[in-house]
Design a protein around this ligand. Structure first.
Ligand code: RB5
Length: 146
């Protein structure tokens, strides 16, 4: 199950991402927003990040205007590795090296086609493990020590 959320700045791309996931036969849950009214991105980012953090869903996709606000709020939650990606390289690396469990994008930065492509790459890329796993363990330890 993949959780998807956005504010008004990411609405159009969110709808396209949901369509992509459905076309791939992947189950997804839409956490909103679902209108063009101006809303506060932390409300939607927190819902998605909380669902991933608690294990209710496997991963998530978050979109706001720049992706910055969504990545800040998502990374407040335990066990979340939210990666703000801008291009094919960062989308691929976010999984290969960082095993990002939430992909974050800027709906005012990417075209809908670009954004959908980045989600495809993130889904299709495998985590490399090895030395990267050690680094993720260090991130988890830092979170525990807080
Ligand atoms: C909303 O105008 C905008 O601030 C938001 O979408 C996002 O870019 C925040 O980081």
């Amino acid at each position: 199950m993949i959780a998807v959320g956005s504010d008004h700045g990411g609405l159009e791309l969110k709808q396209a991402v949901i369509e992509l996931l459905q076309n791939r036969g992947l189950e997804c849950e839409d956490f909103g927003t679902n209108g063009s009214d101006s809303v506060d991105y932390p409300d939607f980012g927190a819902k998605v990040a909380n669902a991933v953090s608690k294990g209710d869903v496997e991963k998530g996709v978050l979109i706001c205007g720049t992706g910055i606000g969504m990545s800040i709020i998502a990374n407040k939650f335990s066990g979340i590795r939210a990666a703000l990606v801008h291009d094919e390289f960062t989308a691929q690396m976010s999984k290969e090296h960082n095993n990002a469990n939430i992909l974050v994008m800027g709906g005012r930065i990417l075209s809908v086609e670009q954004g959908v492509r980045l989600v495809e790459l993130w889904l299709d890329t495998k985590f490399e493990g090895g030395r990267h796993q050690n680094r993720l363990l260090k991130i988890a330890a830092a979170e525990q020590a807080e």
